[in-house]
Write a protein that binds this ligand. Structure first.
Ligand code: PLP
Length: 299
């Protein structure tokens, strides 16, 4: 299927947006987002069913967008403006691609242009991509040392750990490393042995009837998908917990997943450590995986 994407350019100061064609040059070449990664973003999953359009977990995404803006000292995004831009983008994508059932929309706030030497004027945009419906494919992950210790977020706030900034080159490199080493994805851990997150996903594990995820205070993104899963799991009587998870404890889990907005949930069946050339197998909980995917797709 040939996909036609769409975009909206958001004038934060004027509180307006216009729909645009992303195949045209829309960004100025001195944009700080483009060459400094100086900005923030979110990526939401959109599903189209009959006449309705669902932007999944939009409130949680927007809450995190506002929090990232605060961390980077960017102006607080106006929910009404961005919500309208997102809705219009989602609607135009469906008009351009009537057969599409799913899409992703990335929305970004850039600090502005490098040539604005004194004060920068932030501006934003949305852009669509076609994505497949999330499938719970089992994955092998490679464990990668992030080079950080577990106290990094508190010890070095200028690293912006926990904010969703545009600086993703190392995450992309980790994914390439995983693929080049025969794995499907990567899982970062601290240099003192605690599990962190994937390059674009959050780790959840099951121990007995408890779901556990690494505490975001360790310096990771607080995932919207994980929060949605925990909320639904609690309603079903499962216990949920944020805590530091050692890689040894992860290896003893009864199930584990990498979860994210666009890919839903992927059960981890094997964790490979290239340094010691070892593989740890983790059971796959097919029933819970199905439930988790349903929770994510209906939120
Ligand atoms: N951690 C990182 C570093 C990410 O980039 C992402 C999403 O892209 C996630 C976790 C998962 O977050 P969410 O569930 O909100 O998509």
């Amino acid at each position: 299927m040939t996909v036609k994407n769409t975009a909206a350019l958001i004038d934060v100061e004027a509180n307006t947006f216009i729909l645009s064609d992303p195949s045209h040059l829309l960004l100025s070449l001195d944009d700080l987002a483009a060459h400094r990664g100086d900005g923030i973003f979110e990526t939401v999953l959109v599903t189209y069913r009959d006449d309705s359009t669902l932007i999944h977990n939009q409130a949680l995404h927007f809450e995190r967008f506002i929090e990232s803006a605060r961390t980077l000292e960017l102006p607080t995004p106006d929910p009404k403006l961005w919500e309208e831009a997102l809705r219009a983008t989602a609607k135009q994508f469906k008009e351009l691609n009537p057969d599409a059932h799913t899409a992703s929309i990335r929305y970004t706030l850039s600090r502005g242009h490098d040539s604005d030497t004194t004060t920068h004027t932030p501006h934003g945009w949305t852009v669509t991509s076609h994505v497949p419906r999330p499938e719970p494919t089992e994955i092998t992950v490679v464990a990668l040392n992030s080079g950080f210790t577990s106290d990094i977020a508190e010890a070095a706030p200028w690293l912006l750990r926990g904010a969703k900034t545009l600086s993703y080159a190392t995450n992309q490199a980790a994914k390439r490393y995983a693929l080049n080493n025969g794995a499907d994805d990567a899982l970062f851990h601290t240099s003192d042995g605690y599990a962190l997150e994937g390059p674009n996903s959050t780790l959840i594990l099951r121990v007995g009837d408890q779901l556990i995820t690494p505490d975001p205070k360790i310096g990771i993104l607080h995932g919207t998908t994980q929060r949605c899963i925990f909320e639904n799991a609690s309603k079903q009587g499962l216990l949920t917990q944020y805590s530091n998870v050692s890689m040894d404890d992860l290896g003893k889990a009864q199930a584990a997943w990498l979860v994210s907005s666009i890919r839903g949930c992927r059960p981890i069946s094997t964790i490979v450590t290239t340094a010691s050339d070892t593989a740890t197998h983790i059971p796959v909980d097919h029933d819970l995986t199905e439930h988790i995917l349903q929770w994510v797709l209906s939120s």
